[in-house]
Ligand binder design. Sequence first.
Ligand code: NOJ
Length: 527
Amino acid sequence: MGNETHLWWQRGIIYQIYPRSYQDSNGDGVGDLNGIIQRLDYLQQLGVDAIWLSPIYPSPMADFGYDVADYTDVHPLFGSLADLDRLLAEAHARGLKIILDFVPNHSSDEHPWFLDARSSRTSAKRDWYIWRDPKPDGSAPNNWLSYFGGSAWEYDEASGQYYLHLFHKKQPDLNWRNPALKQAIYDSMRFWMERGVDGFRVDVIWLMIKDAQFRDNPPNPDVPAGMETSSASQLQIYTSDQPEVFDLVGDIRDILDGYSERVLVGEIYLPIHRLMAYYGSARGGCHMPYNFQLIQLPWDAEVIGRTVADYEAALPAHGWPNWVLGNHDQPRIASRVGDAQARVAQMLLLTLRGTPTMYYGDELGMRNVEIPQHLVQDPQGINMPGTSRDPERSPMQWDASPNAGFSAVAPWLPLPADYAAHSVAAEQGDPRSMLTLVRRLIALRRASPALSVGSYAPLVGSGDVLAYVREADGVRLAVALNLGNQAQVVPLGAAGRVLLSTHLDREGEATDGTISLRPAEGVIVAL
Ligand code: NOJ
């Protein structure tokens, strides 16, 4: 089972860029496409295969680009369509793929479609959005809440109806029961496929269609802290994961299948047994319904080991696995588990079976950058103090120069005081740095079919140790990870040789059937 029997997105590694925060090329404090082009050599040397860009479309930026005002253009802040074409050409010349974020659940309230829809009840586009009459007492049509806090309904004085917005009130939900709306969005997806984009990460794909009867959601008995006013305080029975969604996913998959080797990734926060339905059955589904288990689980070897087993067991025969450690909506891994365990976490991500998605800056061990409430920019954090996502969106730390080599001017979000120590410039010359570790892990994965496409078999999942074997073409690699802070001795069943340790200091060491792990150490052993 060599690498060549699998598609690029199965063999490969996806690297997420939050474009506002990667590289500013024109001195406005916000990252842009030309900045990303300048950094393609870095990404090629890192060894990733594909870049997923968070939204780059024209947008009033109420949710930093997830409020799209034009589905077929580029925001001037980020550049132009010509810049995007150049990014595609430059990336492809280096063997890198480009995946765009696509946001079909909602548009901006400044999208011409919504301006038209809002202009009158008889507008031809009125039904492209979700409008309902008030209850007799004038209140909202039902109890649905927004992910960003408060009612999911906004009253429109002029037309006397409410419109639905599962996120910000500047992000009205599109009505996926309207055939003309569907065709308009599908046309814009084809527009990007024709331009040579290699796939989509589809935003909140599991929310795209809602209960036709608009029934109230029941309360959630287990409300996460700080989320009392948000949709998380209700069970999303009628606003998510509706049976009709699979037809939409199938349509989108058909569009991508009209082109060669494009990938469909779906953002889906659901338990494993529900997630699997998004691989498709009667109709095609997502190639990769995002698997957020590693983001949501406690850092506990037994829990993670059990979950990997459950996930592997639940995958349909045609389902290719994937793993994600962080993204622009979640606290950074180094802040969640600490600097030492963040190294173990990278080894886990890059040795599990399935496509890994890395989040920019995690390869440096970047941490959350806390921001005082009065400076918070994220709408979620403004509406619900304590839940801001700004901390994980801080600028990429390139070097020790002012503004970390990110920009000539003060960046849109602050840098941490110690950015120089956790920068590319500092870490690339350091043989024990996180960046060196991640580069070595990626190189090993690329060179080894056992790691990139091989089988997975659990070895140990008890106490603080998680261990497994990856195997292909007769090559067997054991991975042993110490998720705790005590030394451990792990039986591997056979003698072998250490290929890599998260401490980067015992390569080549012979092992005799067991491996000794220091606190927070992970190793890969050729058996
Ligand atoms: C999920 C995106 O990842 C998040 O950043 C955004 O706020 C919501 N969807 C709404 O588009």
